[in-house]
Structures are given as C-alpha cells and as structure tokens.
Design a protein around this ligand. Structure first.
Ligand SMILES: O=C(O)CCC(=O)C(=O)O
Length: 275
C-alpha cells in the first residue's frame, strides 16, 4: 500500500465530488500497469473500444473488465492500496470491486471524453460508488487530464447514458437505451459551470463519485501518450440496479443478488477491503 487519504482530501471529496491524491500509488505499480496498457493496445479484449487500431497517434482506446483474466490487474486491485483509498473516500466500512477500465489517448488524439456521469451506465444505485483514476503518464488538462463539475454529485441528477463514439460503434450501442434527463452541453457552455481539472504526474490519482459530472479533452500533446487505469468501487450503501442502458458485461444472469439488494456477491463483486 502506498498511502491513505488525509482528512483534507476526504473533505474535498465530500464537498466537490472529487479529490486529487498526489503520489497515490507507487512507481512500481505504475510501471506494471503501463506494461498492461502496452499489452492490451497490442491485443485488445472483446470489450476493447478502439478508434484507430494499431495507430501510434490519434488513437482513442479503452478496454475494460480484465481483472478476472489478467493477473497483473488482479494484483493491482488487491495489493496496491486503491481499495482502501476508495473506502476512505466513500466513508464506507467496505470496498467491493466492480471493474477495471484502461483509458488511452495516443499523442494527437482529437476525441474528447464527453461530459458524463458514471452511475447511469452502471447497474447500481447508492451514494457510495466511486472511481479511482490513476495517471500512468504525465498529463495536463490540455493533454487530456480529467475535468469535473465541482459539487455536481450533490445535484440529485441522473443523466441518460449516451454512446461516446456515435451510434455506429458495435461495442457501445447498449448505452443508448437508458433513462434519465439529457446531459447538458457543458463543453459548449463551460463558463456556466464550476469546472476543476488537475494536471497529473504518473502515480497521482483522482478519486471521484459516480455521481460527479466529468470529462476530458483530446490529447493535444504530439509526444506523450495519455494513459490511465480507472477502477470502480462499491461502498456499503450501493445496491444492485440492473436497467436498460447499463453496461452489459455484468447482468442479472451473472449475479446471485436481486434488484435493490446490496451486491454481496463475492465472485462478481469481491470485497477487497474491510475496515
Ligand atoms: O480517461 C478518460 O478519458 C475518461 C475516464 C472516465 O470517464 C472515467 O474513468 O470514468
């Protein structure tokens, strides 16, 4: 484990819906996860989403849900300390794992990550749901560091999921069938929102609520890849909530819990940390 959260960081998370954790995860884990990124770029899984396969520039890539088959990601989840950081941020006695998400923008990637809220994409409800986005390369807001609408986790909004890459993406069609109100066009009206972003060094992380609006620009750097691993965590008050528009990787067919119940399914949502 690298470190825990300070009281100030926990207060920032509660007030803003996001906290930046400098030096959250050690260099050793960063190196190991960068190796995983290279491997997945070379051989994406069936859950990969690749805007420009094989390219070394202008390639927006993601892969997810590899923890069951990738021993390195599995080790990261269990041994790096990220579970305890998630539990601390959520104010939860436990941290159960949902999924891992690798997110890459090669130099000169034009695609932004559109503004969105995570929870409508996931089959859960509850205030104690969060992500830890670990920077694996340096990035600034100009080279696709994440940005957040400060305090938006407290708005009581539930925004409809939308495909990031347009309707033509066979791996993303599931996103277009959910409920909720349309996410406002934050990119076109930035001055109306209290937007915060953090320049990151490898090993820095942002921990943010699944209810916080967030996005990222393209990668304007022509030299440096922007790579991150985001891990998704469930706290004590999370409940299973399958619904149209939720990520199809884990559905009612895969779990032993019923809608409205706590996700006490150790096979699908392992309890990685307990106070
Ligand atoms: O890395 C990105 O561009 C987006 C990440 C994100 O939206 C997330 O981790 O929830």
């Amino acid at each position: 484990m690298t470190r825990t959260m300070s009281q100030q960081e926990i207060e920032a998370f509660n007030a803003d819906g996001v906290a930046v954790l400098r030096g959250a995860i050690s260099d050793g884990w960063v190196a190991r996860m960068n190796k995983v990124i290279d491997q997945q770029l070379a051989a994406p899984s069936k859950w990969g989403n690749d805007a420009n396969p094989g390219a070394t520039t202008n390639r927006h890539f993601s892969d997810r849900y590899q923890w069951q088959q990738n021993s390195e990601i599995n080790a990261y989840i269990h041994e790096s300390g990220c579970a305890q950081l998630a539990a601390q941020a959520m104010g939860s006695e436990t941290a159960r794992f949902y999924f891992d998400h690798l997110l890459v923008k090669e130099p000169g990637t034009v695609n932004p990550t559109p503004w969105h809220q995570d929870v409508p994409y996931w089959p859960f409800l509850g205030s104690q749901i969060c992500s830890i986005w670990l920077a694996l390369t340096p990035c600034t807001v100009a080279s696709s560091a994440m940005e957040f609408v400060r305090g938006s986790h407290l708005d009581g909004k539930y925004y409809m999921p939308e495909a990031f890459t347009g309707d033509g993406d066979a791996n993303a069609g599931w996103m277009n069938s959910g409920d909720g109100e349309k996410c406002p066009d934050i990119a076109a009206n930035r001055e109306d929102y209290d937007i915060i972003g953090f320049d990151m060094e490898p090993g820095d992380a942002v921990v943010f609520s699944a209810w916080t609006l967030h996005g990222a620009g393209g990668n304007a750097s022509l030299e440096t890849r922007r790579a991150a691993i985001s891990t998704r965590w469930l706290g004590d008050n999370a409940v299973w909530h399958p619904h149209p528009g939720a990520d199809p990787i884990v559905t009612q067919d895969h779990v032993s819990v019923q809608p409205g119940q706590a996700p006490l399914d150790d096979k699908m949502f392992p309890k990685v940390w307990q106070a």
